[in-house]
Design a protein around this ligand. Structure first.
Ligand SMILES: NC(=O)C1=CN([C@@H]2O[C@H](COP(=O)(O)OP(=O)(O)OC[C@H]3O[C@@H](n4cnc5c(N)ncnc54)[C@H](O)[C@@H]3O)[C@@H](O)[C@H]2O)[C@@H](O)CC1
Ligand SMILES: Nc1ncnc2c1ncn2[C@@H]1O[C@H](COP(=O)(O)OP(=O)(O)O)[C@@H](O)[C@H]1O
Ligand SMILES: [K+]
Length: 514
């Protein structure tokens, strides 16, 4: 496989990161060496990002995050900057590597209560990193409030203090940083909101932890980047036939609600499905026919008609939901499609129709009671936004925990891939794998973009990409299309941007490190 190691996209929980540290230290690299390299990375980020900053304050906490701050202060002083440390605890109270770094710094630390950000050109936040274990209060919280109210730019070491590395949540008061420098791999908190916004741009520094330490960690959480799934993506082959690329179907709503299905269908075709057909109720046939060219159209009023169409084994991936209408018809169609061994993307009204009674479909998704099918195990992909998620999984939505945990719990229950949408879309598989998306623009928050996403997922499923990778790739392509279009985006613009996205993916596939 020519593709870059997907482990590069791994996100480590704070516990996994501590394990990576432990293994590196056990293999012979002392902790203080890792701390020095971390500090070098912070100093390098300051030199390149803030070359003019003369007076620099460093906030130092009680653990190794504080140790990094002392080591960075020493390096910055050696490089000619004026530095002042404000310690949450006196340097004499530090232990281990942090104590060594504080001694090497040699200077005094001011108590954090005396911190006044107005006096400084730049502040470096080394209060808490991966070891944050409870809500920040007291003197540290007061320092963070002062910092956030001041104009001085902030560079966070590892994570903005107060952001949970595991969940991206604010634990009490949290620093709002302009730049974050983290080490070895990002943590979920760098990508999950509000953590991602509080980090600003994030630099991932190599501090000499070898990738082989990951061999002992069962990686489950990833950044949604092409390296994660490009090796699994089906691309048109030189000798290929259109039927090799699958036949996607989108169910249309009634006569006045047909646009959403056509948006999904256009995305499925541009996404790479070989053929796409809209299944339309008779009442909406003329409305659909007036707008479709490359996309085909078939009448489908009821389950009998659907059953008839399903005897054509080439229809292999379905979208149900956009503009479809809520009710029993949606539930029955979804069940029929899955029972016939076809893959199904359930979106919008399709999801809402299942509220209160999803168990039968979830059982079908797990393959229970399914006979032999030429398509293998039918994949179910659910693409809810927060409101739809709450209707389908009310207890999970109300539970404490991060968006990552909610999506994973839902995927496990449903036996389906769950795409929990938003700025920090989480894609979760029933086996526990999850990816967090960071590509896209706020212009995606506009009517119909979700329909396009559903069509893109179906395009991948139709081509035979496995469901988790199919959903991840679709989310990425959708976000990338929005980025390439830029401001002013409406949902209809997205399919037209897909050729550029395909070109980028082809370039990546043939030259993974480009
Ligand atoms: N372990 C290693 O080998 C390396 C660690 N590095 C740095 O070490 C950091 C992790 O260090 P630690 O595990 O010591 O953790 P932290 O320095 O993030 O914080 C842990 C300390 O803060 C206390 N604490 C946690 N939450 C608190 C709260 N809300 N209020 C008051 N006190 C609180 C804990 O009791 C503990 O004393 C990373 O973020 C990174 O910056 C780097 O130096 C690279 C190498
Ligand atoms: N602020 C944002 N930044 C990036 N992407 C967003 C943002 N808000 C929404 N999105 C994305 O836009 C799409 C909206 O989907 P959805 O809510 O179903 O809209 P609709 O039902 O109108 O099609 C999803 O892919 C979602 O992840
Ligand atoms: K920090």
């Amino acid at each position: 496989m020519v593709f870059q190691d997907a482990r590069g996209t791994a996100l480590l929980t704070p516990d996994e990161m501590a394990e990576a540290d432990r293994r590196t230290i056990a293999a012979g690299t002392p902790g203080i060496v890792l701390m020095e390299r971390a500090a070098e990375a912070v100093a390098a980020a300051v030199h390149s990002g803030y070359p003019q900053a003369e007076w620099i304050a460093l906030l130092a906490g009680p653990g190794n995050n504080g140790g990094d701050a002392y080591a960075a202060a020493r390096l910055l002083r050696e490089a000619g900057r004026r530095v002042e440390i404000f310690g949450l605890v006196p340097p004499t109270k530090l232990r281990g590597d942090a104590a060594i770094a504080a001694t090497a710094f040699g200077g005094t630390a001011h108590p954090v209560d005396s911190f006044d950000p107005a006096a400084f050109d730049l502040v470096i936040d080394g209060l808490f990193g991966a070891g944050l274990s409870r809500a920040i209060e007291g003197a540290a919280a007061e320092a963070i409030r002062k910092l956030n109210a001041a104009p001085a730019p902030v560079v966070a070491i590892d994570l903005p203090s107060g952001v949970s590395g595991a969940t991206g949540e604010r634990l009490g008061e949290a620093v709002s940083a302009d730049l974050t420098v983290t080490f070895f791999r990002r943590k979920p908190g760098h990508l999950l909101e509000p953590g991602r916004s509080l980090c600003g741009p994030t630099i991932v520094a190599d501090i000499g932890i070898p990738a082989t330490v990951l061999d002992a960690i069962a990686l489950m959480i990833f950044a949604n980047e092409p390296e994660l799934w490009i090796g699994a993506l089906k691309r048109p082959s030189d000798a290929g036939h259109k039927y090799d690329r699958g036949h996607a179907v989108v169910f249309s709503g009634s006569a006045t609600r047909t646009g959403a299905a056509r948006l999904a269908a256009a995305a499925a075709l541009r996404g790479g499905a070989g053929l796409v057909t809209v299944f339309s109720p008779g009442s909406a046939l003329m409305a659909n026919a007036a707008h479709l060219t490359a996309i085909m159209l078939k009448r489908c009023d009821d389950e009998a008609a659907l059953g008839e169409h399903l005897t054509d084994a080439r229809f292999n991936a379905f979208v149900l939901g956009p503009g479809f209408g809520v009710g029993e018809r949606a539930r029955n169609f979804a069940a029929t499609v899955l029972a016939a061994g076809r893959s199904l993307v359930l979106d919008a009204d399709g999801i809402t129709s299942l509220a209160g009674a999803p168990d039968a479909l979830f059982a079908a998704a797990r393959g229970a009671g399914k006979g032999a099918s030429p398509h293998g195990k039918p994949a179910l992909v659910l693409t809810p936004h927060d409101g739809e998620f709450k209707r389908l999984f009310p207890d999970i939505a109300d539970r404490q925990g991060s968006k990552l945990e909610r999506a994973r719990a839902a995927a496990e229950r449903a036996g389906a891939v769950v795409v929990l949408k938003g700025r920090d879309t989480v894609i979760a598989a029933p086996d526990g794998r999850a990816a967090i998306n960071a590509i896209g623009t706020p212009w995606l928050a506009t009517a119909g973009t979700g329909d396009v996403l559903a069509g893109l997922v179906a395009a991948e499923l139709a081509q035979g990409t496995p469901s988790f990778e199919a959903a991840c790739a679709a989310v990425w392509m959708h976000g990338r299309a929005a980025e390439l279009f830029g401001p002013g985006l409406i949902s209809e613009d997205l399919p037209a941007m897909l050729p550029k996205v395909h070109r980028e993916l082809d370039a990546l596939a043939s030259n993974p490190r480009a």
